[in-house]
Design a protein around this ligand. Structure first.
Ligand code: FAD
Length: 530
C-alpha cells in the first residue's frame, strides 16, 4: 500500500483495507510505503507546517502498524519526475505483486499515477487506485450534459440524494488491516523496514523552534486526537470562548447552554469571537480523520439511517460544509485549469491587478523567496489598518488556521480593496495553513475574487467594517489578535478613528474602502481596463 499525504490514517482507509484483504487472501505480507517528495512540495507551495504535521502523523502510524507487524517504509525522493521508476524499483525489490493507493486528484499526481500504471503492466504488478478523499467521489454527480457542476446548490441536492441512495457504499467503514505474521521479523528482506526512521524534518521545510513547538501544541498528531476533536464538537457543550493559538482540545469555560457546538452551528458558525466550528480541517485535509466517519457520527447523533444535509439544523448545515469539500474536489477534477493558475471564469483573465512586487533590487522578507511590495507585506503581516483583516492575518501567521468567514473577508480585501491578484493570496495561504488543500483553497480564493465556480458576484464586495461587526460582535477576536486596540469598544474597535488609532500606535487604513470598491467594480466590469 502506497500511503499518500491525504490519507494519514490506519482506520477506515479504503486502499489500505483492500491491500490487507488481498495480502491475507494470498498469504503474503502487507507492506506500507510513503514517499516524501520535496520537489512536489515546492511546486505545490506546501507549507512547512503541513510537512511537519505529515511527519508527526507518520511517526504515530508507524507505531500503530508495527503493532500489526506491518512495516512503514519511508523514503525521500528527488527528482520528482523519476518517482514512478523509483516506486517500481522498490516494488521489484520487495517482490510485490499488487500495489494499492488512494487517488490524489491533482493533475501532477494523476499524471504520475498514470505512469505508474504503465510501468507496472510491464513488471507484472497489478495496480489498484481507489477513491477515498470524498464522501461521494468525483465523476458521480454530473449535470444533464454529463459535466461537473459549477453551481453548488443543485450539486448539493444531488449529492444528498445519491448519498442517501447508497449509504452502505458511500459511508462504508473500511475494516482495519489485519496483522502480518510475526515471522516477518525473521525475513532478511522485510525486517529492516521496521527500523527505517521517519525523518524529523525535510530539508528546506524546517520549522523554526518556536513555531514547531506551537504547532505540536495546537495541532497534535494522531487518529485518536482527531476523533476526540470531532467528538467534542459533536457532543460536548460549547465553550464560551476559545481564542488564540490553542489546541481544539484545550479546556475552555463552558457556557450555560446544554447544546453542543454542532447543534448551534447553523446559527453561530460565522462567529470568530466564539468557538463555533469543528476545527477539523487540519485532520480532514491530511486524512488523519475519515470524512465518512464524520457523516456516520452525524447520523448517530440524529439517530437516523439517513443523512441530514439540510439548512435548518446545525447537523445538516455542518454536513453541507463537508459537501463543499467534495464539491471543490469535483471542480478540480472536472475543470483542471483552475489548479493551473487560471480563473474558472475565463472572462476575468484580463482583469488588471495592482503590481504587488517590490523593485528588482530589493531583498525578499526573511524566509521567503518573494519580493513583496509594501502593500502586500502589510497584508501578510496584519498591518493594513483594518482591524478584522489584521486580526485574521495574524491568526493565520501564528496558528496556521482561521475561521472560514475570516478567510473570506481577508481574501475579498486582498482581491477587491487592494486589487492584488488572487493567485498571490492563494499561494500565501498554502504556505501558511496547516490545512492547506489545493481544491478547497483554490475554491475559496476564486469565490472571493469572483473568478470561480458559483462565485460571489463581482459587484457584491464585502465591506470589511460591517463584516467585522457581524463576525466579531463582542470584539474578542480583534482584541485578542490586535492587542494594540484592546481598550477600544463597540464600533470604534472595528473602525478606529484616525486619532484613536494614532494614540494606540495602530496604523490608519491603507485604502479607503469606498474608493477601492469603485476601482474594483470598474476593473471587473471592463476586464483589461484600468
Ligand atoms: P467547519 O466549519 O467545522 O467545517 C467542517 C469541515 O468542512 C472543514 O474542516 C472542511 O473540511 C470542510 N469545509 C468547511 N467549509 C468549507 C469550504 N468553504 N470549502 C471546502 N471545505 C469546507 N479549507 C481547507 O480545508 N483547506 C484550505 O486550504 C482552505 N482554504 C481556504 C481559503 C479560502 C480563501 C477560503 C474562503 C476557504 C478555505 N477553506 C479551506 C475552507 C474553510 O475555510 C475551512 O475548511 C474551514 O475554515 C476549516 O475550519 P473547521 O474545520 O472548523 O470547519
Amino acid at each position: 500500500y502506497w500511503m499518500r499525504m491525504g490519507d494519514l490514517r490506519v482506520s477506515d482507509n479504503r486502499a489500505l483495507s483492500l491491500a490487507s484483504k488481498q495480502a491475507t487472501k494470498d498469504g503474503i505480507p502487507l507492506i506500507v510505503i510513503f514517499t516524501l517528495s520535496p520537489q512536489d512540495y515546492v511546486a505545490h507551495d506546501r507549507s512547512a507546517r503541513r510537512i511537519d504535521f505529515t511527519l508527526r502523523n507518520l511517526s504515530k502510524i508507524k507505531i500503530t502498524l508495527a503493532d500489526l507487524h506491518i512495516p512503514l517504509h519511508t523514503i525521500i525522493h528527488a527528482p520528482r519526475r523519476t518517482l514512478p521508476s523509483r516506486i517500481m524499483a522498490l516494488l521489484t525489490d520487495f517482490g510485490c505483486t499488487s500495489l494499492y493507493a488512494n487517488i490524489e486528484y491533482e493533475v501532477d499526481e494523476l499524471r504520475r499515477d498514470i505512469k505508474i500504471c504503465q510501468l507496472s503492466r510491464n513488471q507484472g504488478v497489478k495496480p489498484t487506485f481507489v477513491h477515498n478523499k470524498c464522501i461521494v467521489e468525483p465523476g458521480v454527480i454530473l449535470t444533464k450534459e454529463r459535466r461537473s457542476y459549477a453551481v453548488y446548490s443543485p450539486y448539493q441536492r444531488n449529492w444528498l440524494t445519491v448519498l442517501n441512495g447508497n449509504i452502505p457504499y458511500y459511508l462504508e467503514n473500511c475494516p482495519k488491516p489485519q496483522a502480518n505474521s510475526k515471522y516477518i521479523y525473521e525475513s532478511k528482506k522485510f525486517a529492516p523496514l521496521f527500523d527505517t526512521p521517519i525523518p524529523d524534518a525535510i530539508e528546506g521545510f524546517e520549522l523554526e523552534e518556536s513555531d514547531s513547538r506551537r504547532m505540536r501544541e495546537v495541532w497534535p498528531a494522531g487518529e485518536d486526537v482527531a476523533a476526540e476533536v470531532r467528538d467534542r464538537f459533536l457532543t460536548t457543550k460549547a465553550r464560551s470562548s476559545q481564542l488564540g493559538a490553542v489546541s481544539p482540545l484545550a479546556e475552555g469555560a463552558e457556557t450555560t447552554t446544554k447544546l453542543s457546538r454542532i447543534l448551534k452551528y447553523d446559527k453561530e458558525r460565522d462567529r470568530a469571537d466564539r468557538d463555533t466550528t469543528s476545527r477539523l480541517s487540519a485532520y480532514l485535509s491530511a486524512g488523519v480523520l475519515s470524512v465518512r466517519a464524520c457523516v456516520r457520527a452525524s447520523m448517530l447523533l440524529l439517530k437516523t439511517d439517513k443523512v441530514d444535509g439540510g439548512r435548518t439544523s446545525g447537523i445538516g448545515r455542518w454536513v453541507q460544509e463537508l459537501a463543499w469539500r467534495d464539491f471543490y474536489t469535483c471542480v478540480l477534477v472536472g475543470f483542471p485549469r483552475v489548479s493551473m493558475g487560471r480563473p474558472f471564469l475565463e472572462k476575468f483573465s484580463a482583469v488588471v491587478w495592482e503590481d504587488h512586487q517590490a523593485p528588482e533590487d530589493s531583498t525578499p522578507a526573511a524566509g521567503q523567496s518573494h519580493r513583496d511590495g509594501e502593500v502586500l507585506q502589510k497584508w501578510k503581516e496584519g498591518r493594513t489598518g483594518v482591524p478584522i483583516v489584521d486580526a485574521t492575518m495574524r491568526c493565520i501567521k501564528e496558528m496556521g488556521w482561521v475561521h472560514n468567514r475570516m478567510r473570506m473577508i481577508t481574501a475579498m480585501f486582498l482581491t477587491k480593496d487592494l486589487m492584488i491578484d488572487w493567485r498571490v493570496g492563494e499561494r500565501y495561504f498554502m504556505e501558511q495553513l496547516i490545512d492547506g488543500d489545493l481544491a478547497s483553497n483554490n475554491g475559496g480564493w476564486q469565490w472571493s475574487a469572483s473568478t470561480g465556480v458559483d462565485p460571489c458576484p463581482y459587484f457584491r464586495i464585502f465591506n470589511p467594517y460591517t463584516q467585522s461587526l457581524k463576525a466579531d460582535p463582542t470584539g474578542d477576536f480583534i482584541r485578542h489578535w490586535v492587542p494594540e486596540l484592546r481598550k477600544l469598544k463597540g464600533p470604534d474597535l472595528h473602525n478606529p478613528s484616525t486619532s484613536a488609532a494614532k494614540k494606540l500606535g495602530y496604523p490608519g487604513p491603507i485604502v479607503k474602502h469606498g474608493e477601492s470598491r469603485e476601482r474594483a467594480l470598474r476593473r471587473f466590469k471592463n476586464p483589461g481596463e484600468q
